[in-house]
Design a protein around this ligand. Structure first.
Ligand SMILES: [Zn+2]
Length: 261
């Protein structure tokens, strides 16, 4: 572990803290710039110490220093996961050239920024905001467009990014329509379709198919588990976005599929 690794990890923790703010504010329509972070319960602005990622949570033992309202454990989890994903990105790319490094670092950053808040917003509100899903499509496509112009050997050319959008979004659209026709209810939302189109834009059509497959498998296992052990019968209420998000993060960061080949 070198000093630079620690710095990258700390940058990731701070970015994770910003993602916590996005997950809380975007569905409520509050500006993500101002005001500064405040307690959900008593609306007191948080002190600088309380705003330090992880440390603030530990020092105040997960409570607001003013009113003792509980601070959700999701905030330090988002910070920690983002810190680790920053570190994985950094470590994975050390051997690459700058031409390979920059587009992949951008890809990692936009995936982290769109997907991590989407997972939590979908769990709470059963929606994935357009600002995140369409944002992923646009930034993913622009990254590939820039790469097509500036790199000799782009990781994903703009044409392949476009195919990724059409295949990722298209397949899920067909599945959602088929589900709706057969069961006469809405199973998948437009948010899931746009999120997968965005993953196709950033990573290409093949990874988008992988993400559909893996998310369906873990979603089904989770659904069966919930039905057996939690006695929940209404599977239709299970949000699919978190499974898509987790599968995409798994593909890009853990399996290494999205990195240099
Ligand atoms: Zn408070």
């Amino acid at each position: 572990m070198y000093l630079i690794d620690i710095l990258v990890f700390i940058m990731g923790l701070c970015w994770g803290s910003f993602l916590g703010l996005i997950a809380y504010r975007v569905p409520k329509g509050i500006s993500i710039v101002r005001p500064f972070s405040f307690c959900d319960s008593c609306k007191t602005p948080l002190s600088i110490l309380a705003r330090v990622p992880i440390v603030g949570y530990l020092i105040y033992r997960g409570k607001c220093p003013k009113c003792s309202a509980k601070v959700s454990l999701r905030y330090p989890i988002m910070e920690l996961v983002t810190g680790l994903l920053f570190l994985i990105t950094f470590e994975r790319l050390l051997d690459g050239t700058a031409e390979q490094y920059i587009p992949m670092a951008i890809r990692s950053l936009i995936l982290i920024t769109a997907i991590i808040p989407s997972i939590f917003i979908d769990i709470d509100e059963r929606i994935i905001p357009d600002r995140l899903s369409i944002g992923l499509i646009v930034t993913g496509f622009l990254t590939s467009l820039g790469e097509s112009f500036f790199c000799d050997a782009p990781f994903l050319s703009w044409t392949r990014s476009l195919i990724g959008i059409l295949v990722g979004g298209g397949i899920l659209f067909v599945v959602a329509e088929a589900y709706r026709l057969i069961t006469k209810r809405d199973g998948m939302g437009g948010g899931d379709i746009k999120l997968l189109a965005g993953i196709g834009a950033v990573l290409g059509w093949y990874p988008a198919l992988f993400v559909i497959l893996i998310s369906s498998v873990i979603g089904s296992i989770y659904g069966v588990f919930m039905m057996i052990f939690m006695k929940k019968s209404r599977l239709a209420e299970l949000p699919f976005g978190p499974f898509i998000g987790i599968a995409a993060l798994f593909y890009h960061f853990i399996s290494g599929g999205g990195f240099l080949k």
